[in-house]
Design a protein around this ligand. Structure first.
Ligand code: ARG
Length: 243
């Protein structure tokens, strides 16, 4: 069977129980580059590694892609999916046992770790130096949990989004940010901030779906396998994470 063909001549996506017929509706907390960002020139209005992956999944299933900007905390808790807001949450979301109580995950598609970002003129050199310091984290994330467990004596401040965290460190309202390495790396681009420590938390991102939507999980995993087999996954990976 070719991609997009369910084997009986109908589009593979047509037998899936979707929020909106003929469309793969994806929730994502945007911006979170390089995984998700706004892009007026792209057909979906969005760009990023996650967006390209779900675009390929939608194409393979013969579906249109619609992306909705959503709060990460509502995605990781399962609230948005269970309320029928979208079919998939694609949001650089780490597969965790706790989340698996409320959500189903696809096979993993990206391995990540945590990192500590500080201003280049900061005296903070490691997580040990955070005592009495203000550390910005994103609400509901694995970075928030890691900071609460490992940064003893720090004042942990949770923000709804990466953009708000970054504004806070630029304004000097927090002394450091602890979150996923590839995203902190984007914040080092201007030269004002640097990553002083990485933490091997062995996290793997997955696409999240409603727990009972087994048909969709299977269809998505087939598409991810197809992406890897065709070499398209490697091309996307190199495009976003080369060097
Ligand atoms: N990987 C981390 C987690 O799953 C952070 C993800 C945040 N994603 C986002 N689009 N803001 O908790």
């Amino acid at each position: 069977t070719g991609a997009g063909d369910g084997g009986d001549g109908t589009a593979a996506g047509s037998d899936l129980d979707l929020v909106s017929d003929g469309t793969l509706t994806v929730c994502s907390d945007v911006p979170y580059p390089p995984f998700e960002d706004f892009d007026e020139s792209s057909p979906s209005g969005f760009t990023g590694f996650d967006i390209d992956i779900v675009q390929a999944v939608a194409d393979g299933l013969g579906l249109e892609l619609a992306v909705k900007d959503s709060s990460f905390d509502g995605l990781q808790s399962g609230l948005a999916l269970n309320a029928g807001e979208c079919d998939i949450a694609a949001s650089a979301m780490t597969i965790t046992e706790e989340r698996q109580e409320n959500l189903a995950f696809s096979d993993g598609y990206y391995d990540s770790k945590q990192s500590l970002l500080v201003p280049t003129d900061s005296d903070i050199a490691s997580i040990e130096d955070l005592e009495g310091m203000r550390v910005g984290v994103q609400q509901g994330t694995t970075g928030e949990a890691y900071t609460n467990e490992n940064a003893s004596g720090a004042e942990v401040i949770s923000f709804p989004s990466d953009a708000e965290m970054f504004q806070a460190i630029q304004a000097g309202q927090v002394d450091a940010l602890l979150q996923d390495l590839p995203v902190n790396l984007v914040h080092t681009a201007g030269g004002d901030f640097e990553i002083v420590e990485e933490f091997s938390t062995e996290e793997t991102y997955g696409l999240a779906m409603k727990k009972d939507n087994t048909a969709l999980v299977e269809a998505v995993n087939e598409q991810l396998t197809e992406l890897r087999d065709s070499g398209e996954y490697d091309e996307l990976y190199d495009q976003y994470f080369s060097e």
